[in-house]
Design a protein around this ligand. Structure first.
Ligand SMILES: [Zn+2]
Length: 287
């Protein structure tokens, strides 16, 4: 059974991301240098930072990426700030972001008044593009990862325009609305691939061979590419094919994954395919 993919525009989630991007220097590097590192947005709204909020976050304690993602997921699933607050144990560092949201977030109402209609309009356009291909992309992801979709929930996809990219957590996804619909299809496929690719298995195989674990992210993106490539017009457009300057060893892996994608049935499981690619990776990884 394939899950349904539903699209939403959600104010509490956008506000949570807005504060997280604005104060990303108070959050761990994994978030601050990645998805929350939207420099243009930070520069544009730097006047909305307050000393009071900086102080609150300084005293909050260390907010872990896991706590951040699971709180974002709660906001996606419940759409309610009060429910997100109620679901947290008192004193959790992430609670400070929710406390800031609970007060009047200086200037956010104006931002949201112009953001909301833009995201709603974008959602309409993207749904038209995605609906006809959704089940085909989802079954390709399942075929290539050799994993079944196990979530019984709908997958909720939210558009958030202050992020530098997006994230996926359990059954919930947030994505930046890229102007090009084909780029957005590939980008959403990447986040869905994050949910399906057995990353811990990939990392174990790489680590056993002494290879860089970050190659697992290349595998995630390759599987996304080969799941969606038949549904995009121009494969050479920037943002579609796995980019070797961002995904390590992408050029080496591409022909291997291409062959695999044409006949995944030739391998009893994903592990046997991945183990087969190790010698080539080792050859190219030599200093
Ligand atoms: Zn990713």
């Amino acid at each position: 059974m394939l899950p349904k993919v539903e699209f939403e525009v959600n104010e509490p989630l956008n506000k949570f991301c807005h504060i997280s991007v604005l104060y990303s220097d108070r959050l761990p590097d994994e978030l601050a240098k990645g998805m929350l590192g939207n420099k243009a947005y930070q520069a544009k709204h730097t006047n909305l930072r307050t000393d009071e909020n900086l102080e609150r976050l300084r005293h909050a304690g260390i907010i872990s990426p896991t706590a951040w993602y699971s709180t974002a997921r709660t906001l996606i699933r419940t759409k309610s700030l009060d429910e997100a607050i109620a679901s947290l144990k008192p004193g959790r560092p992430i609670g400070q972001i929710l406390n800031i949201m609970k007060q009047d977030v200086h200037g956010y109402d104006d931002i949201w008044a112009s953001t909301k209609p833009r995201l709603e309009e974008y959602k309409q356009r993207f749904v038209e593009e995605w609906s006809p291909i959704s089940s085909q992309v989802l079954s390709r992801l399942s075929l290539l990862t050799k994993e079944d979709w196990t979530t019984t929930n709908d997958i909720l996809v939210n558009f958030v325009d202050c992020l530098n990219g997006g994230f996926a957590w359990t059954d919930s996804v947030a994505v930046y609305p890229f102007p090009d619909m084909d780029v957005e299809k590939k980008f959403l496929a990447h986040e869905l691939s994050e949910l399906m690719t057995p990353t811990s298995t990939v990392i174990r195989i790489l680590a056993d061979a002494g290879l860089d674990e970050s190659i697992s992210h290349t595998v995630v993106d390759m599987i996304a590419f080969f799941s969606v490539k038949d549904f995009v017009k121009n494969l050479d457009r920037k943002g579609i094919k796995p980019n070797p300057s961002y995904y390590p060893m992408a050029n080496t892996l591409f022909p291997l994954l291409e062959g695999y994608s044409k006949d995944p049935g030739a391998y009893p499981n994903l592990e046997s395919f991945l183990k087969g690619m190790v010698p080539l990776l080792e050859q190219y990884a030599l200093p």
